[in-house]
Write a protein that binds this ligand. Structure first.
Ligand code: ADP
Length: 522
């Protein structure tokens, strides 16, 4: 009982740890994939930040240089000579130098536009854009910027207020967006392995391609601070193959966890089954021991009783004395057979090679077994009807073992089917086999038990309740003997209609058929 409890506890512990392990594996895998996504997000964010800073610093550096050089030119009164050179900086579209009334100072205007366009842009700047620039709200020497759409076109301006020789000036730079889009952005945003997009405050894509709306894409947004107001750079992981790989690995992990769980569960199920079978075998064994002891005890007590009577001379006549001696002899034969059965069975169980084969005649062996059973048959008021084919081929045979098998079948018929009054034994050659059949007209065997009665220690349900003694090893022994002869056994029975047990032996190719006497025993 304690052992059983321990085994159950062990099974439970293994199950619990398997579940724990599976849970751990599952959460670890999920964590790893979340962590992987976080890493991708982090690197993408760093990259987006780097790109925005790079673009903005290009513009602000160019701006700073222009503010500086324009300031110096005003100071040296060289604006007329220098402004064109200063405006040749590729990131600059136009430079406006304004006085305190926001009017252009003399020669304070340069632009890379064509003449017509330049005039149009100048007018637009002075009438519409300049008034909206917070020129006077920004402290001296501090860069300000404004981006907006005028006349359906986008402009980006940087400006700085400076006081030179006591006069206030505003220097306004219009950034060369064409240069930026055509020359700078392609360098910053190569095609692979990521996708880049510049979107304005309304989410309209101003540069780059539309992303496929794949939710597995990692998309990071980074705003511009010093140039394009409210524009954002969006970076997406274009190459999703690494994510696909991660997904595949996750599936693999789950499959592995699943398979291991199934293996563990199957192992536990097999273990539980083995334990159940072991327990059942143990139960059967103890049942067997009590049955055998009981079977040994009965003939022994009969022998000792009649032996005592003979010894004390308690016999009325010579005939009675002979009868007592016969009883003693019979019971000792029965006892010897039982012991033979048990010993042979034990030998087989231990795996010892218990057989000695010679070429022999099955008919003779069967005849001998019938002779040995005559006394028991007479006592049970039963007759045996034997039909043994006279010319049977010689087979490989252990005569003692085969006799034991036939005796067991006849004994069973006497034990379980005495009401049928007769037993039919037939022996015949059928194809390449020699087949022995022992038929009785007893209670028969339930269908579901027909295979089980050949198991060691198994006794049918119906006989367990009756006072019919047995050990449950007879048929197991019969089957073992038949298999050792490379043959087989079987039973054919319907409840209430008796049973036919069959043993068949193979006939070796080219076996000799001896010229025999005819035989029919009745
Ligand atoms: P035992 O006879 O010692 O119980 P066996 O292995 O010889 O063991 O037989 C196993 C069981 O098969 C028997 O307990 C009995 O239930 C059943 N059995 C065997 N022979 C017959 C038969 N001729 N008729 C009905 N039942 C039988």
């Amino acid at each position: 009982m304690r052992r059983l409890l321990l085994v159950n506890a062990l099974i439970f512990a293994v199950l619990a740890s398997a579940m724990g392990l599976a849970y751990y594996g599952y959460s670890y895998t999920s964590e790893v994939s979340t962590r992987e996504r976080e890493i991708i997000e982090d690197t993408t964010r760093d990259l987006a930040e780097e790109k925005v800073i790079g673009i903005e610093s290009l513009i602000t550096t160019a701006d700073a240089k222009v503010f500086d050089e324009v300031g110096r030119a005003i100071e040296l009164d060289r604006l007329r000579d220098d402004l064109k050179r200063i405006g040749s900086e590729p990131l600059v579209e136009s430079i406006y130098v304004l006085d305190e009334n926001d009017q252009p100072v003399l020669d304070g205007l340069v632009s890379r536009r064509e003449t017509d366009d330049r005039l149009r842009a100048r007018t637009l700047f002075l009438t519409q854009i300049a008034p909206t620039l917070p020129l006077h709200a920004t402290p001296d020497n501090v860069r300000g910027h404004l981006q907006g759409t005028w006349d359906r076109r986008t402009y980006l301006f940087s400006f700085m207020h400076k006081t030179i020789a006591g006069h206030p000036y505003s220097i306004v730079i219009e950034t060369n967006l064409t240069y930026l889009f055509i020359n700078v952005f392609p360098e910053f945003f190569p095609r692979s392995p990521r996708l880049y997009q510049l979107v304005d405050k309304d989410g309209v894509v101003r540069y780059g391609f539309d992303f496929a709306s794949d939710p597995s894409n990692v998309v990071i947004e980074q705003p511009f601070n010093e140039t394009f107001d409210k524009w954002r750079l969006r970076v997406a992981q274009k190459d999703v193959s690494s994510q696909e790989r991660a997904g595949r690995r996750r599936i693999m992990d789950f499959v592995l966890i699943g398979v291991s769980l199934v293996v563990i569960l199957a192992g536990l199920a097999i273990l539980a089954l083995a334990i159940r079978r072991e327990r059942r075998a143990n139960e059967l064994k103890s049942e067997f021991i009590s049955n055998v002891s009981h079977e040994l005890k009965t003939p022994l007590s009969i022998i000792s009783m009649f032996g005592e009577m003979l010894a004390l001379g308690r016999v009325k006549s010579q005939a009675q004395g002979t009868e007592y001696a016969e009883i003693i002899w019979r019971e000792s034969v029965r006892l010897a057979r039982l012991i033979d059965n048990v010993l042979d069975f034990a030998k087989i169980e231990r795996g010892v090679d218990a057989y000695e084969f010679t070429e022999g005649d099955v008919g003779e062996v069967v005849e001998r077994a019938i002779e040995l059973s005559q006394h028991r048959l007479a006592k049970a008021a039963m007759t045996i009807e034997a039909t043994l084919e006279p010319e049977l081929p010689q087979v490989q045979l252990d005569p003692n073992a085969f006799t034991l098998a036939v005796l067991n079948l006849i004994d069973n018929a006497i034990k379980y089917a005495p009401e049928g009054k007769k037993i039919a034994v037939t022996l015949a050659a059928e194809d390449d086999r020699v087949v022995l059949r022992v038929r009785d007209w007893g209670p028969g065997i339930e269908r579901d038990e027909q295979a089980r009665i050949f198991e060691r220690f198994y006794r049918a349900r119906s006989v367990r309740l009756k006072p019919i003694r047995g050990s449950g090893i007879g048929l197991a022994l019969v089957e073992h003997i038949a298999l050792a002869h490379k043959g087989g056994v079987g039973v054919d029975s319907a409840p209430g209609e008796g049973a036919t047990f069959t043993i068949w032996l193979p006939v070796p190719a080219g076996a000799v058929v001896p010229a025999r006497r005819g035989r029919t025993v009745a």
